[in-house]
Write a new protein. Sequence first.
Length: 406
Amino acid sequence: MLAYKIFGVKTSFKNALHDGWVDCEFVTLGRNVRIGQGTVIMSNLIVKDRLIFKRVVIKDNVIIGAHSLILPGTIIEPNTILDSNSITKINQHLDSNSIYRGRPVKKALETSVITNKEVIEKRFFEKDPSITQTEEFLTAQGTNLSVPFHFYIISGTIIIGFSFLLPGFIFYLFLFGFLAPNLLSQPFTLEILLNPYNYGLILLTPLIFIFCYLLHLFFVALFTRWFYKLADKRGPSQGVFDRNLDTSSTTLDYYHFRSFLMKYPIFAFSRSPFPWLLNWELNFIKSNKIGKGTVLEETFIHSHINFGDYCYLGTSSHITNHLVNGVYGEENLIFVGVEIGNRSILNATTGGLPGSEVGEDSTFLPGCTTLKYDKLDGNAIYTGFPAKRMKKEDIIDYLEGDYSGE
């Protein structure tokens, strides 16, 4: 909460954000506000070639359910509740003492003061005797893996541990070979302050540290590329695969191993001081094709998701390369990549299913998601699930009249 205050959000220490995402500009939160996990509060929105900024105001005692989306200009009055997975409209004003739900949200009912708390507690916490689970249901069934478990341990150790060896050695030499004997171990005197060599060491220290950090990231990408290349040769090409959990599947085991390989590298780059290097990393590993000028916010990235030039992928979006169909234990796995055309904008909490092809100059409004094998022509604005091309009058209504495109 302190970090939000430092970066400009008007909020209170009595609020709980629960791993939600809140834009730092033009957001005002009252007191006792509860925001569910995965919720995104946006004061800005990209539509085609326009960037829309509008202040969001959430007043006292408001509860917003998990994975909801608050769009720019929204005002929520006190003592109001939004159900999970709700989306407001731009400039929408929600009344006080009410419950809202839907996409876009609509008032479901008005709230009142609870007079008999015991009835509520009994309804929530009393165990239902009709619900039982058998021991057989609770017993997990295991199968042997074609990719041995120790191979996961070895690859993870090399990617994470070995990537620190050379950078750590270089920093150790600098610290104990130059910095410690020439500066840190010397008594503090006027001569130290007047020696320009010491100032050179002080200025060089952060540069050496940054160099070692970048070298660590490079080795993370390099080792991942080696293992990924091995798994890619033995793993599945794109298609539909039997996912029978009662037998060992060499093909799918390598698919899962390949997914495992990408976990730490993506985390290391996206959470580093240089998150823009994520594009280079994915291209270097050859798991994805990321065009120049493309921006990937804090989001989920799978292999075989390819972006053209100057694309944008918003916060908490999820473009996936796989989908499970069928009854558990007898299902099939669809494994097909996704192609995103040049200059496409996918705002926060958007999604795409395997096999989707998004044409150039497409804009996904928040919450928009494709179906599997969707083919969108492009040069349009899409909304909803499944993604649907918006008519001009619908766009004007969505943007409160602020639109002059086709």
